[in-house]
Design a protein around this ligand. Structure first.
Ligand SMILES: Nc1ncnc2c1ncn2[C@@H]1O[C@H](COP(=O)(O)OP(=O)(O)OP(=O)(O)O)[C@@H](O)[C@H]1O
Ligand SMILES: [Mg+2]
Length: 337
């Protein structure tokens, strides 16, 4: 079975092919031009997806040694994401499905992230805890099977990736901020500033907006009217902020490990690329004798391999989407409940 996956929810256009359970192509085109605007400009994103999606499909087919007619199932992200960006990939996939007379499967982007550990050689074992940390979401989930996913906790305000991006902006690092904070933090003192780690009434929920404000207040108090914060201080702020985010994520995951009998832990989403977080999560899983699965970097950020994989599992369970399937911008509150 040859599965084509298309992802266009934000600023990455990606096309992947899974041929007989083997990933034969996962092409990702990142729209780096958004950095000069300090964030993703939705309209420009849609236009860029439109320009690149067809060449990417052609390249993915070539790389896989296949023709369009060899494709058995077409999967595309339907949401959450930017509506205009989603529309491009989704409409293209539906058009392809109609013209080839092949089934179409709409995929939830977050479900793509949740199961992205299965793209690795060593896969998660059910039931597992999934910590989804991305630009738009922070979710702690109990994943019992490919069809049963229960939400334990979520962020009540900013997502972890969003906090990285906003703090990076305050420090003058530009967008996307996560990788830049990670680099600056490498030589910084993570214990220098004791930024707050919010503890909420609901034990598995997260909050990052207080932390973000604490960083802003720290800068305002210590560098009033200063245009350029000295390099070493920037590194200490970045390291201390990163440390606070990691602490919050690890703390709630540890609570869940104490209360749920799982076989594995999987750290997924764009922020799962963060080295300090990866190392801490490996340490935590080791402490509890659990298998840890963290996708390789090409499967942490947005990619179509995870969409093709998730779509293939849905297809196997008999799931098909109609050509009237509409894109959706956000997760409903009932999702994963
Ligand atoms: N090394 C890193 N350290 C911390 N954060 C990182 C790192 N690399 C990427 N990120 C963050 O990951 C986020 C992007 O992740 P991803 O592409 O999964 O998010 P998204 O698709 O925009 O959101 P969602 O998946 O919730 O819809 C950005 O906020 C970025 O700053
Ligand atoms: Mg994503």
């Amino acid at each position: 079975m040859n599965v084509l996956g298309i992802e266009s929810s934000c600023d990455e256009t990606s096309v992947a092919i899974i041929s007989n359970e083997k990933l034969t192509a996962n092409l990702i085109s990142s729209q780096d031009f958004h950095s000069k605007y300090g964030g993703v400009v939705p309209e420009l994103s849609s236009r860029a997806h439109l320009q690149i999606v067809i060449p990417l499909v052609k390249d993915a087919l070539k790389k896989s040694g296949l023709n369009l007619n060899d494709i058995d199932v077409i999967c595309s992200t339907a949401g959450p994401g930017l509506i205009g960006a989603l529309l491009v990939g989704l409409t293209f996939a539906k058009g392809l499905s109609y013209s080839l007379n092949k089934p179409f499967v709409a995929v939830n982007h977050i479900e793509g992230h949740i199961f992205s550990g299965f793209l690795m050689e060593d896969k998660p074992e059910f039931p597992f805890l999934a910590l989804v940390v991305s630009g738009g979401h922070t979710l702690l989930l109990l994943v019992e099977s490919f069809t049963v996913v229960k939400k334990l906790g979520t962020t009540v305000d900013d997502a972890a990736g969003e906090a990285f991006d906003k703090v990076a902006k305050m420090l003058g690092f530009g967008y996307p901020g996560g990788p830049k904070i990670q680099t600056a933090a490498l030589d910084g003192d993570a214990g220098k500033i004791n930024f707050p780690v919010a503890e909420l009434k609901d034990p598995y929920n997260f909050s990052f907006s207080g932390l973000k404000t604490a960083v802003l207040r720290y800068i305002q108090k210590n560098y009033p009217g200063v245009q350029n914060i000295p390099g070493n201080d920037l590194k200490d702020i970045a390291a201390s902020f990163q440390n606070a985010v990691v602490k919050a994520l690890i703390r709630n995951t540890e609570k869940a490990l104490n209360n749920y009998d799982v076989n594995s832990v999987s750290l997924v989403g764009g922020v799962a690329a963060n080295k300090a977080l990866r190392e801490s999560m490996i340490g935590l899983a080791g402490k509890y004798g659990k298998k840890i699965v963290i996708p390789g970097l090409e499967f942490c950020g947005d990619n179509a391999a995870m969409i093709a994989f998730r779509g293939a599992r849905l297809y196997e369970t008999g799931y098909r989407s109609g050509l009237d399937y509409s894109p959706f911008p956000g997760l409903s509150s009932e999702h994963f409940s």
